[in-house]
Write a protein that binds this ligand. Sequence first.
Ligand code: C2E
Ligand code: CA
Ligand code: CA
Length: 729
Amino acid sequence: MTNFRFSVCCLVFLIISFIGGYGAFLYENIWEREQQLHLTEITNSQASAIERRLERSLSATHLLAHQVRFNQGDVSAFDDFAKETITAIGGISNLQLAPDGIIRHIYPLQGNEKALGHNLLVDDRRKAEAHKAIKERSLTMAGPFALVQGGVAVIGRNPIFIKQEGGEQFWGFASALIFLDTLLEVTDLNELELKGYHYELTRQHPDTLNWERFAHSVEPLDRLQVTFPIQVPNSEWKITLSRPLPNRPLTLWHAVVVSLIIGFIVSLLLSYILKEPQRLRQIVAEKTEQLNELAFYDVLTGLVNRRLFMQQLECELKLLSRSGNKAALMYLDMDDFKNVNDSLGHSAGDQLLIEVANRIKTTMRESDIICRLGGDEYAILMMNIQNSNDSKIVANQIIERVREEILIEGRSLNIGLSIGITILPDDSMDLREILNNADMALYESKRLGKNRVTFFDYQMQQCSIERIEIENALKHAIKNDEFELYYQPIIRLDNRQIVMLEALLRWKHPEKGFIPPDQFISIAEQSGLIISIGDWVLETACATIANAVQHQEACVPIAINISAKQLLNQNFSGEVKERLERYSIDPAMLEMEITESIIMENMEDALKQLNELKEVGCRFSIDDFGTGYSSLAQLKQLPVDSLKIDRSFVRDIEHDHHDRQIVEAIIAMAHSLGLEVIAEGVEDQYQLDFVDKAGCDLVQGYLFSKPIPYDEIDLQQYIYLAGANDYSI
Ligand code: C2E
Ligand code: CA
Ligand code: CA
């Protein structure tokens, strides 16, 4: 293709250059011819002007000869006759009569006196011509030559024969002298010279027969010249006219160069035009490939995208139903990816996604299909496995591999991965069901504490159905006033007084009865319903405080639980402030419990909301402390007042030496940050004594009271813990 294009372009280049060159050559020829033609015309007209003038002037000699013959040699009337003739004919300088060859009469005489007595028949320079005229009995012309009396002139001599007895007798000459300048006056030669023409007048010398120049322009002749003969008696003259070639718009070389350039440009253009379809084809192919890539592959990781994965999954399902083999579909989700994205930025997040994708790839077989579903979620289809254990081994390998240290932007990360697996065709062969099953298994992995593998089972499906039912029921719960707040006292250890109440949500389902918060809070969070539920809690807690203040009851601050979704809502702080104002509540009466993970997941936004509320005097405590990953440094930045040790640490204090150490460490750390510590879930005396000794400030738990309706709380009651059974309020 390229060779063909090259040959075509060369051919076109040659053709154009040849046509251009040949055209220029023709043009040059025509142009020169035109110039020559023009010059010929001018030269011709100059030659005939000279011829005519000379002929006319010389005719005077005939008239003079006739006069002498007529008067039989009497020349007394010469002067008058000559005068008349010169005037009538013009162009003649003087007329002469030379009887017997000796010049005797000249008109006008003045200035020509020297010529008188000049014997033409004996003068060496004149005699040959004079004798020739006599011999041939015809007019001869001499010159141009320098005159004795000065000037350059030609002379026409007419021999005069007079009839006498015995025949005609030579009488003498009738001559006309014509100055060269006068002769040339009739031509346009002077004018032409001014216009740049050059000329030369030559004659053949009668004696030597050489051509000699007798008049010429100042400048010599040019290359383009035309010569014309001028017929004069007994000799030949020539006039040559030349003209420098005027500047042509285009010389031959210019034209050749221009046509070469044009040829070159045209062939380049042609090459481009010929190349264009090829280039376009290539672009289309590249674009198509790019579109395919975009349509079917994930740009970031290069893995198959969801669309292609679903297509491939569908195909594999068909193969599977025919072959009877087993396959595993895994859903993988990075744990706490959002933390990395938020704290290190999106570019670090992208690097992490790529690195994890690479690690997954290197763990899998070629035949497995790996896909990035979106965000930090991946999916893998493992074909032809023996049993579920095969996929479990691989899944655990992936977790281990991903768990290994990842260095991103100088930071060392340990990334957990949660995996959910469904086995085909055991669990299902329906595409939608399969996807749901893998999703449920993944969700279960997350729920069970992340960084683990979970297989789908039908119980999960059951749970999932229940989840959907609960979600629907929750939507009605707020409208139907099915919620209630219970309050659990928080007791200060040094004086055993109730110093705060934690508001805990209770749902009394009209059919299912009491549903504990653990069963619906996470569903409410996932569905976003927690926003309106949380709002209801805030409103109710504020109303309770306001009511207590109004009735001048002794009252203590109420702590409400705030979920992540609520805190991420930009209007949250505004809404809280609005409630506090509407109910005219001292903000210190409202404490908000937030979990570590909420803050860590979105430090910036969360901090903004917390600081705004802190400014007006609200209080904050960190709930379930010890289950998240917050560091001391991060805690320092938070405007919190207290920290609640998670129930799970308190629960096993008696038997778990580890938990005891953790509780002691948390208390010491919190105090170093100036925070108060609340121990949750204190159920027995041992736990109480331990946390008390460890320096804990406040406690909360069944040992004192379960969460109960507000009306049932007696704040006035002092709590003494004398014996193990004496711990009711
Ligand atoms: P949480 O914030 O850690 O609440 C303390 C939970 O521990 C409460 O469970 C409480 O009844 C229970 N508890 C307190 N003392 C003891 C004890 O001595 N032994 C045992 N075994 N448990 C004790 P509850 O009310 O079932 O609430 C469970 C979780 O639901 C809460 O954990 C909180 O995370 C969430 N929750 C409850 N109410 C709300 C709410 O209004 N909003 C939000 N966002 N979450 C809420
Ligand atoms: Ca709480
Ligand atoms: Ca808690």
